[in-house]
Design a protein around this ligand. Structure first.
Ligand SMILES: [Zn+2]
Length: 317
């Protein structure tokens, strides 16, 4: 039984059992979505271990650019890492995978047609039974006007299910992104954004209200405000949380003190995800295990979170 595998896996610290349990990963940056050991094997080399902590988002980017990227660079490197993300979905019995893809990478491989063909090929090859929900992502410093104008070429075929903005908070006012999200709405995309990872709780509410977000990537700082948590709970806004990422980037003090506990216990819908598993050297079963072993949430609570993540969400109307 799947259910008992999950409970025994946690209680016995048994990874093999946990790997058999259906899980989801819905906050995953595709170019960093493969395991380091998988990539090392493909490249036939040893890749360095990540440090225990990074100096924020920029420290992480620097480490990645210096230590990993030189060995899997350019178009071929990106394609290899994309394939690795699907290989990991198979290994980890991911039944629902929402991965985000940057427009720059899609351009790099020649646009939507070759991109789709390639990604669908990896999906079919590694994990055809996984519900796959592609997400289009923009970096916060993108040229909003230009990207809004050319969004059609990426989303008009209906391939993408959701939109996201990532790459640093508070680099510009939230209102700046309105044109992108209005256009996304015309294409019925589920609206998400990276917010409340480093920025304050109030920003999470603001982003949801201004852009009409359906879900939030991270959003952990909402735990600092009872008001914002109540707002998220009442409006059923789900936070896609990535514990290892938060701890290693210094946005959560430790696993033991991770805000997911307060969020969950305040009635906010949360899911557990990997973010950039190539960098943080974790994987989805490990995230559940780390939270359980740190005593953050009980097996029953973690199971409830797991089941919520596994439920595919319907398109925005
Ligand atoms: Zn992220």
């Amino acid at each position: 039984m799947m259910k008992s595998d999950f409970f025994s896996g946690l209680a016995e610290n048994n990874r093999e059992l946990l790997l058999k349990v259906p899980m989801s990963d819905i906050h995953n940056h595709s170019t960093k979505g493969c395991r380091r050991s998988w990539l090392a094997e493909q490249l036939n080399m040893v890749l360095p271990d990540p440090p225990e902590k990074f100096d924020g988002l920029s420290g992480m980017q620097e480490w990645f650019t210096r230590e990993i990227k030189p060995y899997c660079t350019g178009k071929e490197g990106i394609i290899l890492r994309w394939e690795g993300a699907f290989a990991e979905a198979k290994r980890n019995h991911i039944v629902r995978l929402a991965m985000n893809f940057g427009v720059t990478e899609i351009d790099l491989v020649g646009g939507m047609e070759p991109f789709r063909k390639m990604i669908d090929g990896f999906h079919q090859k590694h994990c055809p039974d996984t519900v796959f929900e592609p997400e289009i992502t923009y970096i916060s410093l993108c040229n909003v006007e230009e990207e809004t104008e050319r969004m059609d070429q990426f989303v008009s075929d209906g391939y993408f299910r959701s939109i996201d903005v990532c790459g640093g908070e508070n680099l510009r006012p939230i209102e700046d992104f309105l044109p992108l999200y209005r256009k996304a709405e015309q294409f019925h995309l589920i609206k998400k954004m990276h917010v409340g990872e480093s920025g304050p709780a109030e920003d999470v509410r603001k982003a949801v209200e201004i852009l009409g977000l359906d879900e939030v990537h991270h959003g952990i700082r909402a735990a600092d405000s009872k008001d914002v948590m109540r707002f998220l709970a009442e409006n059923k806004i789900q936070l896609n949380v990535c514990p290892s990422s938060n701890v290693m980037l210094g946005y959560a003090r430790s696993f033991k003190d991770h805000p997911i506990k307060v969020l969950y216990e305040s009635g906010v819908n949360v899911t557990i995800n990997t973010d950039d598993l190539l960098i943080f050297d974790s994987s989805i079963e490990n995230e559940y295990l780390l939270l359980y072993r740190a005593g953050v949430l009980s097996a029953e609570q973690l199971n409830e979170i797991r089941l919520l993540g596994n439920r595919p969400r319907s398109r925005s109307i």
